[in-house]
Design a protein around this ligand. Structure first.
Ligand code: MG
Length: 385
């Protein structure tokens, strides 16, 4: 099992803030929430190391970010980084035989980096994220005179996460305590006891937020990052029958037959709503608006669409475009398509150029061709903030 120790015990003096830097907001969310969220999918147990006086503030920040704190243990911050990791290791349940250690201030860490570290631990027992040094590094004396210039190609800038077999990291910390050795990262403790440490590719974006300039850089990196786009697909069929209105995308279309259903049976909007729900894996309209519920009897599907738009909004998501195809042998739908697009675009809050409604016959084939029913498919793109 994997444990993750996220360090949030620093004072953040270089940040010049009056609170722990991990509580500073970055693009609307505290730094620590971003760091914790990055590790939750990978860790069976997450230990958050922070000072006792900041525990409540951190807990509150996590909760208001929608993070389930039930899966998080808290450990007391130590006098320095090494002591904090040691405290974190004490709080880690024994079943966690593998552990990732991460600086809470590196909140732009990506899943690919975490996976590379984990894979390396499985293969070699250790895995430490690092990037090649791009600057030439000088070793200097206290008077800023250069003593030497190490060969750049052999230099790496080390980041976190740093992953280890837990027993190995515990041994390294015990040895360092015994020898009164202080290292600036966990890998150096393994080096101190002569154990090989394997580096894996980190990421240039995985910066440690130390100064106010770092916060600005991180904010601009987040702004320029690719938004989270999801695609959704929906499909629906309704039977044609006498004595019912034919309503497609909220437009009442003159015809001798209409669609049968518990609601107004707007097959096109049903497909669209299923696509929107599907994009966020939120089930289907049958679950959200059960046909056993009398309050949905005869209801306009335009109203249901409004509910689905609000539901997406509550998940921080909105549709960026939609494409609906209606398969009907009769009647001719072309004259009604502009009104359908207007309706859908209005409900989604989109310009009409982002809403496509198409109609096709099925060349008299199948149930649509025999005019027994009408089917519709829809795809949409959903952007999550
Ligand atoms: Mg339906």
């Amino acid at each position: 099992m994997w444990g993750a120790i996220v360090l949030a015990g620093g004072s953040g003096q270089r940040m010049g803030a009056d609170c722990n830097k991990v509580l500073l907001p970055l693009a609307g969310e505290p730094v620590i929430c971003r760091s914790v969220r990055a590790f939750l999918p990978f860790a069976d147990v997450l230990v958050l190391v922070c000072r006792a006086i900041e525990r409540d503030a951190i807990r509150k920040a996590l909760e208001s970010s929608g993070i389930d704190i039930a899966s998080i243990c808290f450990a007391e911050g130590g006098a320095d980084r090494q002591a904090s990791v040691w405290n974190g290791l004490q709080a880690l349940p024994e079943v966690c035989d593998r552990v990732l250690v991460h600086d809470g201030a590196r909140c732009l860490v990506d899943s690919a980096t975490i996976r590379r570290v984990m894979t390396s631990v499985e293969q070699y027992g250790t895995g430490v994220a690092a990037i090649p040094a791009t600057d030439t590094i000088k070793v200097v004396n206290t008077d800023a005179y250069v003593l030497s210039t190490p060969f750049r190609a052999s230099l790496r800038a080390v980041q976190t996460p740093q992953g280890f077999l837990t027993s190995l990291l515990v041994e390294a910390h015990q040895r360092a305590l015994q020898d009164d050795y202080r290292g600036t990262d966990d890998a150096s403790l393994l080096e101190h006891m002569g154990h090989p440490v394997k580096l894996v590719d980190g990421s240039k974006r995985n910066i440690k937020l130390t100064t106010p300039e770092d916060m600005k850089m991180a904010a601009s990196l987040l702004e320029s990052s690719v938004p989270d786009f999801r695609v959704g697909h929906g499909f629906d069929v309704h039977r044609l029958t006498e004595g019912r209105d034919l309503i497609l995308c909220g437009v009442n279309i003159p015809h001798t037959l209409g669609l049968l259903g518990h609601s107004d049976a707007d097959v096109a909007l049903h497909a669209l709503m299923d696509a929107m729900l599907g994009a966020l894996a939120l089930g289907d309209i049958g679950q959200h608006f059960p046909d056993t519920d009398p309050k949905y009897k005869g209801i306009s599907s335009m109203m249901l669409l409004e509910h689905v738009v609000q539901l997406l909004d509550s998940h921080g998501a909105r549709v960026t475009n939609a494409d609906i195809t209606i398969a009907a042998q009769k009647p001719k739908l072309a004259p009604f398509i502009p009104a359908m697009r207007t309706n859908v675009a209005g409900a989604l809050g989109l310009p009409e150029q982002r809403v496509s409604v198409k109609a096709t016959t099925t060349e008299h084939l199948g149930f649509e061709g025999r005019e027994e029913g009408i089917s519709a498919t829809a795809v949409c793109m959903v952007m999550v903030k």
